[in-house]
Design a binder for this molecule. Structure first.
Ligand code: GAP
Length: 508
């Protein structure tokens, strides 16, 4: 785990307005995050890249936007009510029920609190000379406690990965975790509980019924597949794409936006004739890896991981894994889902969900290939890969967020050299010429060097400097983020030049 880099990602995301902890003034809400002024733009650009490559570039794929709330039978049909679970444990003395993972996480928090106390003591002792980083690295108590946290996290992660409920129980016993109410260690075994968030529909007491926040967007596509096929006069093979929120009451939610309780998915279901699934599965594996590589992500940061243990509905499945700072982890899933979902919906809804194939002159339930990527995970993948500290030729250093130009939150920063002599007015004029086509930043505060650095850290591809010559020759200095090269360019050519570098077409 590259812990330093991961910490830097989190602090950079906050400092530069990409991601804030949710409801931070109340000390945040675990595994929930808000996207700030720059995060929302980057997220929107990732969505556009995905949407355009799916819907715009494929004449047989269309999009929908289904509701988050769905009829509860949807989740019975999909298997989520019966098999989408997390581990629970009861204390026999207090009769209180806990999430086994939360008990372990709270135990870890206690160790972290001890570390924080040690640091407060250090601060008091050393006053202004206190160096927290050095103290963390050298204090034996802190080192021992950090090792203990790492060991517990590893054991817990392994137990969950192997679905080993007994190992989780044993970890709770080994750590001597007590019930916060009874204070006893008298625990039951660990059992599973459902990951879906449940709420009530209807306000009159006695008339309400339980509904769920959707744990995946896919089911909104399945239940609408015939609506889209008929109204869109679609012939198999065809696809339906959707981007939207999904909710899961996750077990281990300690890796920033990698695993959240509220997140966004970009999913596409491709409806095909039975028997053609192998061909289309391979097709979508190739298409999806190409999509990632077009972003400039190097080969050794991406890999396929084939599922050996297949879910009950799949006849083939793999993940595209990305090398996050904490190792290779799932970024996207590609699943050959057979006709499982549609068959289930047909059975529970008692509605025919068959497609009449005019070429074969027969009706059948289509098979489905699914591509499913987490938008927030894609954000983290891009952000972690792009954030770099560079040492420059003159010995100075800079932090640069080298996002693909088409995805950068802002494309241009317009910077008057000084705040006087008509330069701000000229800069505003240029800003107004460009703002119709690009997200622009206007910045006149601090030295030009500091403004370049700020925009490097934001990932802005181009900085334009408006100087005294601009008034005379109608040209500006354009500086490119990655090469830091500068050249003069006439104002009249700016729109076309910048567009040729930042347009989404460059990726598509
Ligand atoms: N419809 C299939 C499906 O939902 P999944 O593997 O459970 O499959 C698909 O989820 C993708 O959604 C994952 O590859 C991941 O990128 C993202 N994802 C899943 N759970 C997430 C979470 N708790 N936080 C952020 N992203 C998540």
């Amino acid at each position: 785990m590259n812990e330093e880099h991961f910490k830097k990602i989190i602090s950079h995301a906050k400092e530069f307005g990409f991601i804030f902890p949710s409801s931070e003034i109340y000390d945040g809400l675990s595994a929930t995050y808000d996207y700030g002024q720059n995060g929302v733009e980057l997220k929107k650009n990732i969505k556009n890249y995905w949407w355009q490559s799916m819907v715009q570039m494929n004449e047989n794929i269309v999009g929908i936007d289904a509701a988050i709330f769905m009829h509860p039978k949807t989740w019975k049909a999909s298997g989520h009510i019966d098999a989408f679970n997390d581990p629970l444990i009861d204390n026999k003395d207090s009769k209180k029920r806990y999430r086994a993972d939360v008990l372990i996480e709270e135990h870890i928090n206690k160790i972290e609190n001890k570390i924080n106390k040690e640091i407060s003591k250090g601060k008091k002792r050393f006053g202004d000379d206190f160096n927290e980083k050095e103290f963390r690295n050298t204090n034996p108590n802190i080192k021992r406690r950090n090792e203990e946290i790492e060991r517990i996290e590893k054991s817990m992660g392994k137990a969950f990965e192997n679905d080993d409920l007994n190992a989780i129980y044993e970890l709770i016993i080994e750590l001597g975790i007590v019930c916060p109410v009874s204070g006893s260690k008298n625990w039951t075994e660990v059992r599973q509980f459902n990951l879906m968030f449940k709420t009530e529909l209807g306000s009159v007491s006695g008339e309400s019924s339980s509904i769920f926040l959707r744990p995946e967007t896919a089911q909104g596509i399945f239940v609408n597949y015939l609506n889209v096929q008929k109204t869109g006069r679609k012939k198999i093979p065809f696809g339906i794409a959707q981007i939207g929120k999904a909710f899961r009451n996750e077990i281990i939610a300690r890796q920033f936006i990698f695993r959240m309780r509220e997140f966004e998915q970009m999913e596409m279901q491709f409806f095909i004739a039975p028997g053609t699934q192998e061909k289309w599965y391979t097709h979508w594996k190739n298409e999806r890896i190409k999509w990632h590589k077009a972003l400039g992500i190097p080969e050794d940061f991406l890999r396929f991981h084939d599922h050996i243990k297949l879910a009950h509905y799949a006849d083939a499945a793999c993940d595209i894994e990305f090398k996050f700072p904490f190792g290779f982890k799932e970024l996207e899933g590609i699943h050959s889902r057979t006709d499982f979902d549609l068959k289930q919906h047909e059975e529970l809804s008692k509605k025919k969900l068959r497609y009449f194939d005019p070429e074969k002159n027969e009706s059948y339930i289509p098979y489905v290939i699914e591509t499913s990527i987490g938008l927030d995970r894609m954000f983290l993948a891009l952000f972690s890969h792009s954030l770099k500290d560079e040492t420059l030729d003159d010995g100075t250093s800079r932090t640069v967020l080298s996002l693909p130009y088409s995805l950068a939150p802002n494309k241009v920063a317009v910077l008057p050299l000084v705040k006087k002599d008509g330069l701000p007015e000229k800069a505003k004029e240029i800003f107004n010429r460009l703002k119709l086509n690009f997200n622009c930043i206007y910045d006149e505060k601090d030295s030009i060097g500091k403004r370049y650095r700020r925009n490097d850290a934001l990932g802005t591809p181009f900085c334009l400097t408006i100087d005294y010559e601009t008034i005379e020759d109608g040209a500006v200095t354009i500086r490119e983020r990655d090469t830091m090269t500068q050249k003069r360019i006439p104002i009249l050519e700016l729109n076309e030049y910048i567009d040729s570098k930042v347009n989404m077409n460059v990726l598509l």
